[in-house]
Design a protein around this ligand. Structure first.
Ligand code: PAF
Length: 282
């Protein structure tokens, strides 16, 4: 495995890299969800293609300095995991090689990023779009693989690719869960044992509410089930159209019930997809 720590070094390595190039953009602190993205990337690239994993805790997508500071950065074990998965190139730049101190261009998405996580995390998706576009340009990848857990991020990246005519195909992998249903996240390691034991209620609340008939019942029931916890604080809980991500008032089309929940200062997200007939998935 080759390791590049600047964009220039990556471009140099890529001069002789066999195509296709498949990129897995990450912020490191790998869990089995990330491994599933790497496996999918290899499947797409084939045995002879090039799998690139970027590991970069992108400072411009954090709205809270404390969250950025606390984000885990186990670089050595992340690189070992890439090696073990047969990744061809690990791209692990530091912030100063990714951003000029006087950078003045940002990519902004103006519709899908307004609600859900975007409503409370100001500038978050601008930071995500900007870094993902830079990673696409630096890697020249034909395909990039993202996790479906961050479904709003995935929808926004697909929109960016569509609206900016980017020559990159977006592929995705389902959320990987702990045996008790909690969505795997690099943030789970920051939960106290009591918070960790309580956190599966998020998924249980969403699944139970998804069986109800009306939008009002769904929202009231899911919120009550989460807030019954002595630890959890709901950041948002929304039922949105699966395509436009706008809030809905009746169940006529595929929808997504999504939430972000704080346990102390650890913010966890999860969602379930709902069909108009009342079944939940994802
Ligand atoms: O999902 C993530 O880990 C990040 O938002 C991404 C896509 C790597 C951009 O920094």
């Amino acid at each position: 495995m080759k390791i590049a720590d600047t964009g220039c070094a990556l471009r140099e390595i890529l001069k002789t890299a066999p195509r296709p190039c498949v990129l897995v953009p990450t912020m490191g602190a790998f869990h089995p969800g990330h491994i599933s993205l790497m496996l999918r990337a290899r499947e797409i690239a084939g045995p002879l293609g090039t799998v690139i994993v970027s590991i970069f805790v992108n400072p411009i997508q954090f709205d809270r300095a404390a969250d950025l500071a606390a984000y885990p950065r186990p670089m050595e074990s992340d690189l070992a995991a890439c090696e073990a998965q047969g990744v061809d190139i690990a791209f692990a730049p530091d912030a100063s090689s990714m951003y000029f101190p006087d950078r003045s261009i940002t990519v902004t998405e103006n519709l899908l990023s307004r609600g859900l996580c975007g409503a409370t995390r100001h500038g978050h998706f601008d930071g995500v779009c900007t870094v993902v576009l830079k990673l696409f340009l630096l890697s020249g990848c034909e395909v990039a693989v993202f996790g479906e857990k961050d479904f709003q991020q995935l929808a926004i990246i697909r929109r960016m690719v569509r609206d900016l005519d980017l020559p990159v195909e977006i592929d995705s992998c389902p959320t990987v869960r702990e045996p008790d249903g909690l969505a795997m996240s690099s943030r789970n390691t920051r939960l106290s044992p009591e918070q960790r034991a309580d956190a599966p209620r998020i998924r249980q609340a969403l699944l139970a509410a998804a069986t109800l008939a009306s939008v009002e019942e769904i929202l009231i029931s899911a919120r009550a089930a989460i807030e019954f916890s002595p630890f959890a604080r709901v950041d948002y809980l929304s039922l949105v159209d699966a395509e436009s991500l706008q809030a809905i008032s009746c169940m006529e089309r595929p929808a997504i019930l999504a939430t972000a929940v704080f346990y102390g200062d650890v913010r966890l997200i999860d969602h379930v997809a709902l069909s108009p007939l009342g079944s939940a998935s994802a």
